[in-house]
Ligand binder design. Structure first.
Ligand code: HPA
Length: 274
């Protein structure tokens, strides 16, 4: 008989508890070009995705694909260096599997990061945007299907998908360290194509400040299970303004790498404040 999602989660969680006995309170998901942030963690255990039962295996260039357990600013954390994207062919349920695992490991706060296209015309390449809200309606909702009442309600409230208190704290940290941060709405698309010029205009008209191919499915499941979420985008390209603009994956990775020190400082100090 095929394993149920409960069997799979139980198997994965007990495997990981054997690998690392402590309870992580903070989960971190590192987006494209941000994998080096894992170096900030005092690593106690690394587990490649390929070794973890029931974990999907990441394929996209620039993703390392391992779970990193250890200490960051005195807190016990688990970080995903590399995430799973819907465009890789995984189901929405596969994409969020690691978030459910994190919850069952004990994670209470989830920090998400991504590389995103700038749609707000005041944004520049290299800007950091704190995600204040999102538009998820262009990607499948991972909660479609039978609801698991033990995990959360059938119709979860999404009035504060990104925790206000964490947003305010991150803004304080940025101000203290003279880091200029933007705030805005992240609109999720499936990818893997970057947007056409007409699509960037549509996203702008709909109220998106940035566009990307990740994050919202993880955020939805975290909210469903009662995990507090904070998320930041690095603006790696500008979609809407430049008619000559052509986007490559290499440019995205390069811009993310450049903004990483500022991004890392905010994440680290935010974890310290928890
Ligand atoms: N669009 C979608 N996803 C992205 C982009 C973009 O312009 N840049 C980085 N990820």
């Amino acid at each position: 008989m095929a394993k149920t999602i409960f069997d799979q989660l139980n198997e994965t969680v007990s495997f990981l508890k054997q690998q690392f006995a402590e309870t992580p309170s903070v989960g971190i998901v590192l987006g494209s070009g941000l994998g080096n942030f894992a170096e900030q963690i005092e690593v106690e255990k690394e587990v490649p995705y390929g070794d973890i039962p029931n974990f999907p295996v990441s394929t996209v260039q620039g993703h390392k694909g391992k779970l990193v357990f250890g200490k960051l600013a005195g807190k016990t954390v688990v970080a995903m260096a590399g995430r799973f994207h819907y465009y890789e062919g995984y189901s929405a349920q596969d994409v969020v599997f690691p978030v459910r695992v994190m919850k069952l490991l004990g994670v209470q706060t989830l920090l998400l990061s991504n590389a995103a296209g700038g749609v707000n015309t005041s944004f520049k390449v290299g800007d950091i945007m704190i995600i204040t809200d999102h538009i998820s309606q262009f990607t499948p909702n991972p909660l479609i299907g039978k609801n698991v009442e033990e995990w959360g309600p059938r119709f979860p409230d999404m009035s504060e998908p990104y925790k206000k208190s964490l947003i305010n704290k991150a803004k304080e940290i940025a101000a203290t360290n003279n880091i200029n941060v933007k705030e805005g709405v992240y609109l999720a698309v499936t990818g893997p194509t970057f947007e056409t010029r007409a699509e960037y205009r549509m996203i702008h008209a709909l109220g998106g400040d940035a566009v990307g191919m990740s994050t919202v499915q993880e955020c939805i499941v975290a909210n469903h299970m009662g995990i507090a979420v904070f998320a930041m985008s690095i603006i790696t390209d500008i979609g809407i303004r430049d008619e000559e603009n052509v986007i490559t994956h290499e440019e995205v990775l390069e811009a993310a790498k450049e903004a990483e020190p500022k991004f890392s400082l905010i994440f680290r100090e935010l974890v310290a404040s928890l």
